[in-house]
Design a protein around this ligand. Structure first.
Ligand code: C2E
Ligand code: MG
Ligand code: MG
Ligand code: MG
Length: 277
């Protein structure tokens, strides 16, 4: 919820939710029916390769068009989905959408094109059905795992339950890439970087936001890039909004950038139009 602090419009709604269990229950009920009511849509945000300026990846970001509240931010409804277990069905639905889309874009945007999707720690809950049949779904969707990436957070890897490692290994066996989202904001131990087989670090927006040549955050970004490259990982900078940010990130050898400078998350057809332009 700290992420919402800057977004005044969601702030009131979020606080109201915290105060009113009743409202939370209602939102959960509405969310449960939202898939059937076709109020949910997966949007895609381009990820640009800094060397070539080409869009080589997309991040899938879920949107809920609520009949009376307007567009509800995932920062609001994902926590509700996590608390109520709805996240399992929701995650399965997102996964199916993403597979179908990634399959199409493999043909139209290139065989190396990757789509990444976010996974909450709750979705790794070993008692939940999520992540189980995903390898089968992948096979039946005729999509090579290499065209998919899952985004997880540092907190998940600090969890010592063996079940989590098993699920991650299953994704790896299917050829699916693993990215660490919001890198730098979680636990400070970096030991997990050698324990798990990670492909990509996504530098959190809080580090890219105030980039200038003499800002401490610039040194931090550079250190992350150097460390990642030594470990054989690629780096994506999130929240890139200005040309200055992009130029500085390019200067330190960051591999990819994602942010409003290029595009917000948009529906699939608009994403294609963006790639053609
Ligand atoms: P995230 O995965 O870290 O996604 C990045 C967030 O930053 C997105 O917010 C995106 O719209 C926003 N963003 C992108 N570029 C910029 C920029 O230049 N400036 C600023 N200020 N923001 C930017 P969004 O779409 O509201 O999603 C919020 C979070 O909700 C995501 O954070 C992710 O953790 C979660 N989420 C979204 N979709 C899903 C999903 O399908 N499943 C799960 N489990 N979580 C999801
Ligand atoms: Mg993400
Ligand atoms: Mg996140
Ligand atoms: Mg992030």
């Amino acid at each position: 919820l700290a992420k919402d602090a800057g977004r005044g419009c969601f702030r009131f709604f979020t606080r109201a939710l915290q105060q009113s269990a009743e409202q939370r229950v209602r939102l959960a009920g509405e969310l449960r029916r939202a898939v059937e009511a076709e109020q949910l849509e997966v949007y895609y945000q381009p990820i640009v390769e800094l060397d070539t300026n080409r869009v080589t990846k997309a991040e899938a970001l879920l949107r809920w068009k609520h009949p009376t509240q307007g567009t509800v931010s995932p920062a609001v409804f994902i926590p509700v989905a996590e608390d109520t277990g709805i996240i399992h069905d929701l995650g399965d639905w997102v996964f199916r959408q993403v597979i179908r889309q990634a399959r199409r874009w493999r043909d139209t945007l290139g065989e190396d094109f990757q789509v990444s999707m976010n996974l909450s720690p709750v979705q790794f809950n070993v008692s939940g059905p999520s992540c189980r049949q995903w390898a089968e779904l992948l096979a039946s969707g005729d999509l090579p795992g290499a065209n998919l990436v899952i985004e997880i957070t540092e907190g998940l890897l600090m969890n010592t339950e063996p079940g989590i490692l098993d699920i991650l290994l299953r994704f790896r066996d299917a050829g699916i890439g693993v990215a660490i989202d919001d890198f730098g904001t979680g636990y400070s131990s970096l030991a997990y970087l050698k324990k798990f087989d990670i492909d990509v670090l996504k530098i959190d927006q809080s580090f890219t936001r105030n980039l200038s040549p003499d800002a401490p955050d610039f040194a931090l970004c550079e250190a992350i890039v150097v460390m990642a490259h030594k470990l054989g990982l690629k780096v994506i900078a999130e929240g890139v909004e200005t040309e200055l940010q992009r130029d500085l990130l390019r200067q330190i050898g960051c591999d990819y950038a994602q942010g409003y400078l290029y595009s917000r998350a948009v529906p699939a057809d608009q994403f294609e139009a963006f790639c053609r332009a």
